[in-house]
Design a protein around this ligand. Structure first.
Ligand code: DGL
Length: 271
């Protein structure tokens, strides 16, 4: 029996484990929805790769999820959202596809009073300029300061959060451009950065609002599904499903920290 489209799952992909922070945001905002998650653990990180490679991987991930009768595709990975969102929409115009860049940028513009907004992300996200472009689309007068923070990905996966002196030192170095009142809002433009939220907040200070692009995306998904009459009925049974492309043991170990609850079942697939 095929699911009615409104009861179909949401497809979510990421370069690996980081997108589980976005699944957590979706679960919090939309507890009745079901998710099929693909973490491309065989090929992560995406953040240090060329745009052509990220786009190729993103298309393969999207093809895998599209074949599973999803009602909506979420690009949880900021790097893939920055580089491949347009291409994925072109390839599948009938499948609603949301990335994290536009929702994060919109939320930042709504939050900032000064119009001075910081963005942190992977090298590929920052050099794509996607956040800066999206922010100026919502507020042409906004000033954007961007900084790549590649080591944050490894620190988050190690679980080295606010209590590690090394993390604090690295955060102070990366976040120097945002100190001294230079921005009033900072976009956490990478799936891993919510794990380091406390240390980031301590370093930039309490006057800088932090924007979680996963939370902003979950809000957009909620609005889209409500407006299109596609919210899932609460009484339909079903479970989230998780797939990875490699390194299942590591995924299991790190997943709990990112998802906020243990991940019992997942399968390994080849794309
Ligand atoms: N998921 C990536 C992002 O949000 C971070 C990890 C990676 O570089 O693959 O940009």
């Amino acid at each position: 029996m095929s699911l009615r489209i409104k009861d179909a799952p949401i497809g979510v992909f990421d370069s690996g484990v980081g997108g589980l922070t976005v699944v957590k945001s979706l679960r919090n905002r939309l507890p009745n929805e079901r998710v099929i998650y693909l973490g491309d653990t065989a090929r992560l990180p995406y953040g240090t790769r060329s745009p052509a490679t990220v786009e190729r991987y993103a298309v393969q991930n999207a093809n895998f999820l599209e074949a599973m009768n999803i009602k909506l595709l979420v690009i949880a990975c900021n790097t893939a959202s920055a580089i491949a969102h347009g291409r994925l929409r072109e390839l599948q115009p009938s499948l609603p596809t949301l990335g994290v860049i536009q929702p994060g940028a919109k939320q930042a513009v709504r939050t900032s009073r000064s119009g001075r907004i910081g963005v942190i992300g992977t090298e590929a996200t920052v050099s794509s300029g996607a956040y800066a472009k999206a922010i100026s689309g919502f507020n042409p007068a906004a000033e954007v300061i961007s900084q790549a923070c590649p080591l944050f990905v490894s620190l988050a996966e190690e679980g080295w959060t606010e209590h590690e002196a090394a993390t604090r030192l690295i955060a102070e170095r990366y976040l120097e451009p945002f100190q001294g009142g230079r921005v009033d809002t900072l976009v956490l433009g990478c799936t891993h950065y919510p794990i380091l939220r406390e240390v980031i907040s301590e370093v930039v200070g309490p006057d800088v609002a932090l924007i979680d692009s996963g939370d902003a995306l979950a809000e957009e998904v909620a609005i889209l599904l409500a407006e299109s009459g596609q919210l899932r009925s609460p009484d339909v049974p079903g479970e989230d499903q998780f797939f990875v492309t490699d390194a299942a043991q590591r995924f299991r170990r790190v997943a709990e920290l990112f998802l906020g609850s243990p991940l019992e079942r997942f399968d390994t697939v080849e794309l």
